[in-house]
Design a protein around this ligand. Structure first.
Ligand SMILES: Cc1cc2nc3c(=O)[nH]c(=O)nc-3n(C[C@H](O)[C@H](O)[C@H](O)COP(=O)(O)OP(=O)(O)OC[C@H]3O[C@@H](n4cnc5c(N)ncnc54)[C@H](O)[C@@H]3O)c2cc1C
Length: 388
């Protein structure tokens, strides 16, 4: 064996895993087809959000937030983390009822970070919001980080502790032999007793090389940045019902997400903005903040992300071989989970188990015929997901 552990994919999850393994004395090799953070981890909106998370992700999101706060100590970099809060706007009585139900359900699970607020409090926090807003729900300690800086910080710290990165190197095939895994790449063959699949939207293809069925659909979420405007936003803003996500950066620009889909080219590993749909995508933003109507857009981008049928990731050991661990399919909300999922995967590689609850994320949950139903858990109060 030449390597301790091979990690396929140099995004946030591969890099967080590399850091955790290196911090525990292993020497992982990260193999990345492009450059580090080329895909979802570089294109991300950077939301560090627990608000409206799937119930299965809540324990992980709580632990991850604790790690976000410690990143300066762990990585020597604050990763741009700003705990400015996340606020979902409500515009109808039904929206308000949802905020109350959601907070009650989350509280019944043991979490009290989601707080329904009335119109006066929304106006106090965000005075320029439309008068159509009647209230909302807020997680005051959520926030956002800088995606590129965060992934680079994990990588830098991992390398300083002994991890190695091979960029512009594609994994082409994988063999299991008596001693472990041999990975064939465009830069030769590498072997290790443990293998980690952090290949994001291509994780399904890596799993298929190993005969495992783990479906994902690639989506290209669209981001928009405006020209600088005077400060008007504190918290990151979303909406109870509508596709809306915006935050204001230190320099005054407004970064807008919302999960609008661009064009996916799976083979080329590229995506593009669908400009024809852009005015429609901006409508909820302008409805909520009419003063943004005349502010110029300065750039757009898209990012490729793998979405699972139930919109929660695959995290866990292969049912066929515990020396293979999967961690991909974060379905548009894996940035917040990056710090804790590195801990979990390192636990699984080194101890074969983790103290955190990962049963809902088991890799083979769609392997049996008849179990695959796309979108099965979306749309209910607690399970509802919001991409960005
Ligand atoms: C536009 C956008 C906005 C988002 N906003 C948020 C947000 O606000 N909050 C939040 O929590 N999450 C958000 N997300 C989701 C979050 O960014 C992702 O869940 C997370 O970055 C996924 O990280 P990853 O390491 O699993 O995947 P990636 O960053 O995609 O990394 C996987 C890597 O594997 C490599 N790879 C694939 N196949 C091979 C191969 N055969 N050989 C070698 N390497 C290979 C790829 O090149 C890629 O670099 C957003 C995503 C997008 C796209």
């Amino acid at each position: 064996m030449t390597e301790d552990v091979i990690i396929i994919g140099g995004g946030l999850h591969g890099s967080s895993t590399a850091y955790q393994l290196a911090a525990r004395g292993r020497r992982p090799l990260v193999i990345e087809r492009n450059h580090v953070a080329r895909h979802a981890s570089g294109a991300s909106a950077g939301g560090v959000r627990r608000l409206r998370r799937h119930r299965a992700e809540l324990p992980l999101a709580m632990e991850s937030l604790a790690l976000w706060r410690r990143l300066p100590e762990l990585l020597g970099d604050d990763c741009g983390f700003s705990p400015c809060g996340h606020l979902l706007l409500a515009e109808t009585e039904a929206d308000l009822a949802w905020t109350v139900e959601r907070a009650a359900t989350t509280r019944s699970l043991g979490y009290d970070f989601e707080e329904p607020i009335d119109r006066a409090e929304v106006k106090r926090l965000v005075p320029s919001v439309s008068n159509a807003v009647v209230g909302g729900i807020i997680a005051r300690d959520d926030g956002f980080g800088n995606p590129l800086v965060t992934t680079a910080a994990f990588r830098r710290r991992a390398e300083s502790l002994g991890a190695r990165y091979l960029e512009r190197t594609e994994v082409l095939g994988i063999d299991r032999d008596g001693d472990g895994w041999t990975v064939a790449t465009t830069a030769g063959r590498f072997s290790a007793p443990s293998l980690v699949n952090c290949a994001g939207g291509w994780g399904e293809r890596i799993a298929a090389m190993l005969g495992e069925t783990m479906p994902v659909r690639m989506k290209a979420a669209t981001m928009t940045v405006t020209a600088r405007v005077p400060r008007f936003l504190g918290p990151v803003i979303g909406h109870v019902r509508k596709k809306l996500s915006l935050k204001q950066m230190q320099n005054g620009t407004v970064v807008i997400g919302g999960g609008y889909e661009g064009r996916v080219d799976m083979e080329a590993g590229e995506s593009d903005v669908l400009y024809a749909g852009l005015p429609g995508n901006m409508k909820p933003v302008i409805d909520a903040f009419p003063h943004l109507a005349r502010v110029p857009i300065v750039r757009n981008w898209t990012g490729l992300e793998g979405n699972t049928p139930d919109a929660i990731p695959y995290i866990g050991p292969s049912p066929n071989d515990p020396t293979l661990v999967h961690s991909f399919g974060y379905s548009g909300h894996g940035f917040q989970l990056g710090p804790i999922c590195g801990v979990i995967v390192a636990d699984l590689v080194m101890q074969g188990a983790t103290a955190l609850p990962i049963g809902a994320f088991q890799p083979d949950r769609f392997a049996t015929a008849g179990t695959l139903q796309w979108g099965a858990k979306e749309g209910t109060a607690v399970e509802e997901q919001k991409a960005v």
